[in-house]
Ligand binder design. Structure first.
Ligand code: AMP
Ligand code: ZN
Ligand code: FE
Ligand code: FE
Length: 302
């Protein structure tokens, strides 16, 4: 699909969403159907640390006519701060990448008992089987799953309240977990034929570690872009990030970070990626895949 023709200037692209393959509330096929309904032409499915939703999303793409860009939002750490790295179109079977994702997923699973123990000590009575019912088929167990149990049992009003009362850093249920090294992961994603983009670089904790020199240095390891238009970043921060992207010639993306009913103010299409930026992202992934000799996952319909 070429996007440079003027008739495609109005293509609506949202490159960051979550499904029940991680901590979104809708199945992958429903995310795709909702994206089509919201008037999107392209949607990136970027569940946390897992490609488990891709195949269902691809089938739904075929049924709805929308293009699905398969991605993974990977939990990484740079200089002690959490950095979410969006990997677009990597070969998910690339051994080094698979091994790291397995370590992250094991860290998510392993953290659960400690979290429930700490919550118990704080007077919260929920058990592992209740959480696992929320997790369902998801490979990536996340705090939002625990949040949903806290809400269902009356310990919190909604996911946001569950985080601020129980689950955020410094709250009774918080337990740290394994995250990959950001620089090493940028290299791995690139070697796996994908395009690495830093998600919400100045949202939450990562701001202090992601200044222009750091982003430039990560670009040397293969970083392709940064997510500029995201709900966790103020207007002023977005403009500053857009300027950094222009300075460094990084791709600037925009996206909703949709989680279904689980996250208010993150509706599909609330932020968009410009078609020209999307095209550069695809070109970078194609280049990396060719350089790696990796199998390129199909974009859109199978
Ligand atoms: P975890 O993956 O277990 O570290 O949990 C972090 C995830 O929880 C993020 O990726 C978001 O999807 C979600 N999250 C973080 N803060 C909030 C919040 N205040 N309200 C709803 N969801 C949140
Ligand atoms: Zn999430
Ligand atoms: Fe994130
Ligand atoms: Fe996300």
């Amino acid at each position: 699909m070429r996007l440079s023709s003027p008739t495609l200037a109005d293509v609506r692209i949202d490159l960051h969403t979550h499904s029940r393959a991680s901590d979104g509330t809708q199945p992958p096929a429903e995310v795709v159907a909702l994206a089509a309904k919201a008037g999107l032409d392209v949607v990136g499915l970027t569940d946390h640390d897992s490609a488990a939703g891709w195949s269902e999303a691809r089938v739904a793409a075929h049924e709805t006519g929308i293009v699905v860009v398969p991605g993974i939002e990977i939990s990484t750490k740079h200089n002690g701060a959490g950095v979410h790295l969006l990997a677009y179109l990597p070969d998910p079977t690339y051994p080094g990448l698979m091994a790291e994702l397995d370590l992250i997923l094991a860290g998510r699973t392993g953290r659960l008992a400690a979290m429930l123990g700490q919550l118990h000590d704080a007077g919260v009575d929920i058990d592992e089987s209740e959480v696992m019912r929320q997790v369902g088929e998801a490979k990536a167990i996340g705090r939002p799953h625990i949040a949903d149990v806290l809400v269902a049992k009356g310990y919190a009003d909604d996911r946001g309240d569950a985080f601020s009362t129980w689950l955020s850093w410094g709250r009774p249920g918080y337990v740290t977990r394994y995250a990959s090294d950001t620089r090493a992961m940028v290299r791995l994603v690139t070697a796996a034929g994908g395009a690495a983009v830093v998600a919400h670089p100045w949202g939450r904790g990562s701001r202090r570690v992601l200044d222009l020199p750091t982003l430039a240095s990560l670009q040397g390891d293969g970083l392709v872009g940064i997510e500029v238009d995201h709900q966790d970043q103020s207007g002023a921060d977005r403009e500053a990030l857009r300027a950094i992207a222009a300075d460094l010639d990084l791709v600037a993306t925009g996206a909703s970070d949709f989680h279904g009913a689980g996250k208010v103010d993150h509706e599909l299409g609330c932020n968009l990626t410009e078609p020209a930026q999307y095209e550069r992202l695809l070109e970078a992934a194609a280049y990396n895949a060719a350089a790696a000799g990796a199998a390129v996952p199909a974009v859109g319909r199978p």
